[in-house]
Design a protein around this ligand. Structure first.
Ligand code: SIN
Length: 310
């Protein structure tokens, strides 16, 4: 069963890949993704300067999910610009994720990273974990201005990673921004920002940064991720490729993302929990799901979520 997929003209050998953030900061981690069954190598969202990130503890896994406030620890864009040509040896697409701390940062990084020729560049407008920096994608005007300035600097397909939206009016406004801004694909969703997980024994939050507030991931956010994939798939009339991110723990979760309209899926929490072996398991489980349903390919099911009768 062929699990390959195409996004904005770029062919991926399988539809599973890492979510930017999970095990993709260092050269060693990126090479491990290259050697694994992952269908792409996605870099950690990079900033202009290298960052150590937020104080620890900054990640906590619990049954059903995780909370993180990593604070964009990364090597800085110059290091990734040097690394990207080496990552191409693995024969799978390389996605470079950029996350500026201000608008100019995105332009600075886009110019240089574009020259390193990753297969796609992803503009992350949705990191919830930088104290004092609101998530850009919750401001449609700022997002549109930024995307329109970045777009001409990029010659490969450009994606945007959005945060979850919780109201159809917000989906509609952002879909129009996306339509007008030269975006080639969407990545939906980043973590559900600013959750709070409490340890009742110690009577404290489980992570340190931002008073314990952090981005939620894992199975508990799957319904939010699916709703966003579905909403944008419909608003953009099935013409915008979507990477579904959020709650992919089993093959059937990936199948649900595909039914809602995703062309590929990313794995964050489960990659942290299981390591790169997770991709082989997910591939096997998705194949079983498709065979069980008599499907020949992912394409047959993409976007085909049925309405309840009556
Ligand atoms: C982080 O590094 O804090 C997470 C990255 C993101 O949410 O974009």
């Amino acid at each position: 069963m062929d699990l390959s997929t195409t996004i904005a003209g770029v062919k991926f050998p399988t539809c599973f890949m890492n979510a930017s953030g999970a095990l993709c900061v260092t050269r060693e981690e990126l090479f491990a993704l290259g050697r694994s069954r992952a269908g792409a190598i996605v870099t950690k969202s990079m900033t202009v300067e290298p960052r150590v990130g937020n104080p620890e503890p900054r990640y906590y896994g619990f049954p059903g999910g995780s909370i993180n406030s990593m604070g964009l620890p990364n090597l800085g864009y110059r290091a990734y610009a040097e690394l990207i040509p080496d990552l191409k040896q693995f024969g799978k697409p390389v996605i470079a994720s950029i996350a500026g701390l201000c608008e100019e940062d995105f332009l600075t990084m886009a110019r240089v990273i574009n020259q390193a020729l990753p297969d796609l560049i992803e503009v992350n407008l949705s990191c919830p974990n930088i104290p004092g920096k609101p998530q850009i994608a919750y401001d449609p005007a700022d997002s549109e201005r930024l995307l329109k300035r970045v777009r001409p600097l990029i010659t490969v397909p450009m994606g945007v990673k959005l945060p979850p939206y919780f109201d159809p009016a917000h989906h509609a406004v952002m879909a129009e921004v996306i339509r007008r801004s030269g975006v080639d694909y969407l990545n939906l969703i980043n973590s559900v920002g600013n959750g709070l997980v409490v340890d009742p024994k110690r009577e404290t939050p489980v992570i340190k940064p931002k008073g314990g507030f952090g981005g939620l991931g894992g199975s508990l956010i799957k319904p939010v991720a699916l709703a966003n994939v579905r909403a944008f798939w419909k608003l953009l009339e099935g013409h915008m490729p979507i990477i579904g991110t959020g709650g992919v723990a089993r093959g059937v979760d990936a199948f649900e993302h595909v039914l809602c309209g995703a062309s590929a899926v990313q794995v964050g929490t489960l990659l942290v929990e299981e390591g790169v072996a997770v991709f082989e398991r997910l591939e096997r489980e998705l194949r079983e799901e498709l065979v069980k349903r008599g499907k020949q390919s992912l394409e047959e099911s993409r976007g085909k979520l049925r309405e309840l009768p009556g």
